[in-house]
Design a protein around this ligand. Structure first.
Ligand SMILES: [Zn+2]
Length: 272
């Protein structure tokens, strides 16, 4: 299982290189699913070119997250910028917009973002025909038992999030709550309390153990990549990436569920 790290600047790319297999970033000029946060986006194309160069010098692939839908003007602008970055060595695009994808079909690697809201094999086939996608990022809330399409569609690789750290209780691709104050990400954002009449409703949030178990189950199903968010400081990211490395080395030993649970206690202090 390969590790994909979200990076916000060149220095971070250099520091995280020894514990990452690939990188991705957001760019201020191309709207993405963390558009509200300037610190999660590279400031301009020049800086993005330097970032790409840095990843290349570390022999790592690097992708841009352009995972929103765009109107005609926005699409033209995104196409122009991304074409420029591809010439500089960008490895591909994490996207959801069909117009953008059709433009880049067979021209670069296309990764279908979790924001595309692909929940079944027919929608994945639909996207594959239109976009020629190589990889699907599985929406966070989908459980492995719902992944009846995984490995059934030829030539597609699958990517999951590191759920102990990244988990939206709603449908992440359509969830506005992690962004709803427009300024600061709070841990409670995605567990926003809804009102139904006079009744309060809160979406379920699985325990840490369950979220680890989900990764184990996806690993068994053959998921190829695990990714981290762009959020957090570089120090926090290092800690998370080390945890992911430990987790992968545990899963590579093909443990039974029972042994896996005991490893969660031993290495992650997870009991329930
Ligand atoms: Zn959310």
């Amino acid at each position: 299982m390969k590790i994909v790290s979200g990076v916000n600047n060149i220095k971070e790319c250099e520091i995280l290189s020894s514990i990452s297999d690939e990188f991705y970033f957001g760019l201020k000029e191309v709207e993405n699913h963390r558009k509200w946060y300037s610190f999660l986006n590279i400031k301009d194309t020049d800086e993005a070119e330097k970032l790409i160069k840095t990843a290349q010098s570390q022999r790592k692939k690097i992708y841009i997250a352009a995972n929103e839908t765009y109107d005609k003007t926005e699409t033209s602008k995104a196409v122009e910028i991304i074409e420029k970055l591809i010439k500089k060595g960008l490895s591909g695009i994490i996207l959801r917009d069909i117009n953008l994808a059709e433009h880049f079909k067979n021209k670069t690697e296309i990764i279908l973002s979790s924001t595309a809201l692909v929940f079944n094999s027919n929608s994945l086939k639909f996207y594959k025909e239109l976009t020629g996608l190589k990889r699907l990022v599985i929406p966070q809330h989908l459980k492995p038992e719902e992944q009846f399409f995984i490995k059934k569609i030829k030539d597609i690789e699958y990517e999951i999030f590191y759920f102990p750290d990244v988990y939206c209780s709603n449908i992440d691709g359509a969830c506005l709550y992690h962004d709803f104050d427009g300024i600061i990400r709070k841990k409670t954002n995605c567990s926003y309390v809804f009102m139904s009449g006079k009744q309060k409703i809160k979406m379920a949030h699985p325990s840490a153990k369950k979220r680890f178990e989900t990764i184990y189950n996806y690993y068994k199903l053959g998921a190829n990549y695990i990714k981290t968010a762009r959020d957090g400081t570089t120090e926090e990211k290092i800690k998370i990436l080390k945890k992911i490395k430990t987790l992968i080395s545990i899963m590579e030993k093909n443990p039974s569920k029972k042994v896996f649970y005991s490893c969660l206690k031993k290495y992650f202090n997870i009991y329930d």
